[in-house]
Design a protein around this ligand. Structure first.
Ligand SMILES: *Cc1c(COP(=O)(O)O)cnc(C)c1O
Length: 355
């Protein structure tokens, strides 16, 4: 078992600080018919003249019900980017501490490490895109505060094995952030059901992908109540704006997610079947996400072919282990019909003829 100690891992300035107490923290019961003269708001009602709920109670209640997690274990942020940044700021001492990431993976972990002046120790995934657990644990020293695991991983699309995640959780005395941005596209279960078993586990999810609300910027962090209390202390008071809170509540109640995810997965299967017949495609990596990673004969050449025909994909060939790889998100059926025609025509054009 991990010897995780929240007290020991929290930065001293965070432990010692007094959080900002907003007007809405001190008096928040809007259901009472009161006259609110406590926040210097403009009193003329227009649907957005009041500050939003700093604790997003209505939205958290829905997320808590959906996922069977107590609301005290939930923190919401302005995108996952914000909740991840809060984790750095609460637990990593600038110019002293380090974190571990497993490239090829999501770029924000490394950007946030740079912004916060935290060393990023990169331990490459294995050839099969699984964590190299021994190398990860070897990279840990007394200043290693966080290990970032992204499963299903972006850009590779695969999920990490349960045994590697459990070994890391049990052997590491710092925090393990498990990014589940793509979990709804996977047949694997979320790690949320065992959140209570691991005091050092932080799980992040987002409304940006399966839930179709990337424009609202809502990221979700789940952890022990104790970890959430620390993060709440340092979060900006009104970090989720009122329009985003209201819209997210409405959209979550509509429950369109499962049907859309089913369609996306069925389109993913069709795309894989087509790519399997293509000569320019050398490898199709298995995907638990709403995108697939493929290795092609010449990524820059194929990327430009797509682009010239009005289709923007992501060229990941500069990432380690991703030489000549393109990442293709799954669109609607109608979009895919056009993309399929394009892929067929691309496949008929020999690269050597064009050169
Ligand atoms: C897209 C994505 C996110 C989502 O970020 P938001 O800021 O919530 O939109 C998080 N993690 C990974 C790995 C992603 O690919």
């Amino acid at each position: 078992m991990t010897n995780f100690n929240l007290e020991a891992i929290t930065r001293a300035n965070v432990k010692n600080m007094k959080p900002y107490s907003s007007a809405r923290d001190e008096f928040e019961n809007f259901t009472l018919n009161m006259i609110y003269l406590d926040a210097n708001e403009n009193p003329f009602s227009n649907g957005m003249n009041r500050y939003p709920d700093p604790q997003q109670k209505e939205l958290k209640l829905i997320i808590s019900d959906k996922n069977n997690v107590p609301k005290e274990s939930i923190l919401l942020g302005n995108g996952s980017d914000e909740v991840l940044d809060l984790v750095y700021r609460a637990f990593c001492e600038p110019n002293k501490d380090n974190i571990i990431t497993l490239p090829p993976t999501y770029g924000m972990y490394s950007v946030l490490a740079s912004v916060n002046a935290i060393e990023n120790r990169e331990v490459l995934l294995n050839e099969d895109f699984q964590p190299n657990v021994d190398a990860i644990l070897n990279a840990v020293d007394e200043n290693t505060k966080i290990i970032f695991l992204c499963s299903p991983n972006n850009p590779t699309g695969n999920s990490f094995t349960d045994s590697s995640v459990i070994k890391i959780l049990n052997s590491f005395n710092g925090l393990v952030v498990l990014d589940e941005a793509y979990i709804d596209f996977s047949e694997d279960q979320s790690w949320l059901s065992v959140l209570n078993d691991f005091p050092n586990l932080i799980i992040t999810q987002t409304l940006s992908k399966a839930y179709a609300m990337a424009g609202l910027r809502i990221g979700i962090l789940y952890a022990s109540k104790e970890i959430i209390t620390v993060l709440n202390k340092i979060k900006p008071p009104y970090n989720i704006n009122g329009l985003s809170q209201d819209t997210a509540v409405k959209k979550l109640l509509q429950s369109t997610m499962p049907a859309q995810v089913k369609k996306i997965i069925s389109e993913r299967k069709k795309l894989v079947e087509l790519l399997e017949t293509c000569e320019f495609v050398e490898k199709i990596y298995p995907s638990d996400a709403n995108f697939i990673l493929i290795k092609v004969d010449d990524a820059n050449f194929r990327y430009n072919q797509f682009l010239e025909n009005g289709v923007v994909v992501r060229n990941r060939s500069n990432q380690p282990l991703c030489e000549n790889c393109l990442r293709i998100s799954i669109g609607t059926k109608e979009e895919n019909e056009q993309v399929f025609e394009l892929i067929k025509s691309i496949n008929n054009v020999q690269k050597s003829i064009i050169y």
